[in-house]
Design a protein around this ligand. Structure first.
Ligand SMILES: *[C@@H]1O[C@H](CO)[C@@H](O)[C@H](O)[C@H]1NC(C)=O
Ligand SMILES: *[C@@H]1O[C@H](CO)[C@@H](O)[C@H](O)[C@H]1NC(C)=O
Ligand SMILES: *[C@@H]1O[C@H](CO)[C@@H](O)[C@H](O)[C@H]1NC(C)=O
Ligand SMILES: *[C@@H]1O[C@H](CO)[C@@H](O)[C@H](O)[C@H]1NC(C)=O
Ligand SMILES: *[C@@H]1O[C@H](CO)[C@@H](O)[C@H](O)[C@H]1NC(C)=O
Ligand SMILES: *[C@@H]1O[C@H](CO)[C@@H](O)[C@H](O)[C@H]1NC(C)=O
Length: 442
């Protein structure tokens, strides 16, 4: 008892998330510390708060990303501590039509925002995450409903196809077709095809991918560019985000898995190489458009987690890529864990000395002072990604209860009264003008 206490004290005072990556138990332990710090930012399960919302400065889409990260955490570690609040938050935000267009968000919601939530739902369906009760919408149905919305919004009148960034004409960004929106649509279609073998989905996935190439948004060397203005369909914003590249890589791997076609293999190989060229520097992931110049927005500080998860999924769906991907994931997991050594004066409420920084680069991967939901999520996904290294697609040790077929333990009841969704009230997600082109970070 005494020595346990002493150890705990030592650990706390020494700070940092120290992980022995040869031990699953140590990896899970480190991940649980990061997850704990992450969830201190979330108060949607507290009385008076709205499930599925993060406080400012996080936009609504980011909770969708958070739930994907938490589902991934559960899949890899078997720790179901956050399953109830994940179910509760996802179901709270489905809206009247079960398509992740809740009244509180609709006015400012973009196609990419809606799609990110749908990707959390499909991750739940794929992984056997405990199903909602019979009277609630089911995970896969939610993903299908969003897919069908996006089909309706495919716009052939401008640029021969593609989704616009925004859903509504009155939102800035309606005149922009972006790779994030088309990427979530693509990833969703690809993974629905893998799940159902319904060719409606694979037909759409092929069409979206071809459109991205024809529009010049996926280049010959498989770089995924930000988007194109609908004005003349030539004015391309060449910014690259790891989010968009991740979406196309993951979807392509799903289609390769489902079809074993050489076309999808070529695309997986191309995108994997493209991702390495764009976002891996000295072995470490870098959000290339903004990290080194320290201008990443709150949104883009959450993109690296998508890259990590996409690579992890790719290594499973296209196992021949594992030899390339797994060493990269391991290197980054080590760097990410090292960077979880901050004790910021405010904002972070996790265990002292374990706040995760944003940048993992630099020979020592020290804490860079940037903290938040994105930083914690990125590191969490990176650390747990190494749990698949021991055996193909199998974590060693406790495996999560896969399809249990039972309802989740009932989510903590909350009685939202007022409080208000300040994020929604603030309106648009970040808009940035670069080179005269308006583009969106979601
Ligand atoms: C909300 O979730 C956290 C875990 O992140 C938990 O510690 C807390 O007790 C939960 N609050 C309620 C009211 O259930
Ligand atoms: C295939 O998916 C589409 C789109 O969700 C749906 O409309 C159609 O009914 C499905 N077909 C079958 C045979 O299930
Ligand atoms: C598809 O994914 C499964 C699960 O990871 C894997 O076992 C299988 O080998 C993959 N198929 C192909 C063609 O790579
Ligand atoms: C990295 O850490 C080592 C040992 O603490 C130190 O000697 C070295 O100067 C550090 N390098 C950088 C680039 O900070
Ligand atoms: C899995 O864990 C057990 C017990 O900790 C260990 O004996 C075994 O070698 C591990 N297997 C792999 C593949 O890591
Ligand atoms: C929408 O926002 C209002 C006011 O902030 C809140 O009372 C309500 O619970 C929210 N609705 C949903 C479905 O989250």
């Amino acid at each position: 008892m005494k020595s346990a206490l002493a150890l705990a004290f030592l650990g706390a005072s020494a700070g940092a998330v120290k992980v022995d990556f040869t031990s699953d138990a140590s990896i899970k332990d480190g991940a649980s510390t990061i997850a704990y710090g992450l969830m201190k930012y979330y108060n949607g399960n507290e009385t008076g708060q709205i499930p599925g919302n993060l406080p400012q400065p996080y936009f609504w889409w980011e909770t969708g990303a958070l739930f994907t990260a938490l589902i991934d955490y559960w899949v890899k570690t078997g720790d179901d501590s956050y399953n109830s609040l994940t179910s509760q938050g996802l179901l709270q935000q489905v809206g009247g039509d079960n398509n992740f267009m809740p009244a509180n968000q609709t006015k400012t919601e973009g196609n990419d925002d809606q799609g990110i939530w749908a990707l959390a739902a499909i991750a739940a369906a794929e992984s056997g995450f405990p199903s909602p009760s019979k009277d609630e919408p089911q995970w896969q149905d939610l993903a299908v409903n969003v897919f069908n919305d996006l089909v309706q919004r495919w716009d052939t009148k401008n640029c021969d196809g593609g989704l616009r960034w925004q859903i509504f004409t009155f939102n800035a960004g309606y005149d922009f077709k972006n790779s994030a929106s088309n990427g979530v649509f693509f990833d969703l279609a690809a993974r629905l095809y893998l799940q159902t073998k319904n060719t409606t989905y694979s037909d759409w996935a092929s069409k979206i991918f071809s459109w991205e190439q024809d529009a010049g948004l996926i280049t010959d060397t498989y770089q995924v560019l930000e988007g194109v203005s609908t004005e003349n369909c030539k004015n391309i914003d060449k910014t690259q985000t790891s989010l968009s590249a991740s979406l196309f890589l993951h979807g392509s791997a799903a289609l390769y898995n489902a079809t074993t076609s050489s076309q999808w293999k070529t695309r997986v190989d191309g995108l994997l190489k493209g991702v390495q060229e764009a976002f891996v520097s000295n072995g470490i992931f870098v959000e290339v458009s903004c990290e080194t110049v320290k201008t990443c927005s709150t949104d883009s500080q959450a993109f690296k987690g998508f890259l990590v998860r996409s690579l992890g999924e790719t290594a499973q769906l296209a196992p021949y890529t594992g030899a390339t991907i797994q060493p990269i994931l391991l290197t980054n997991a080590k760097a990410a864990a090292k960077a979880c050594s901050g004790s910021p004066a405010k904002g972070f409420a996790g265990q002292a000395g374990t706040a995760c920084g944003f940048s993992w680069a630099g020979s020592n991967s020290t804490f860079d002072g940037l903290t938040g939901v994105g930083e914690q999520m990125n590191a969490l996904s990176a650390v747990v990604s190494t749990l698949t290294l021991n055996a193909e697609g199998q974590t060693n040790g406790t495996s999560p209860d896969k399809p249990s077929g039972t309802s989740p333990s009932s989510p903590a009841t909350t009685t939202p009264k007022g409080a208000g969704n300040r994020v929604a009230a603030d309106g648009m997600a970040a808009l940035v003008v670069l080179g005269g082109i308006l583009y969106g970070l979601l």
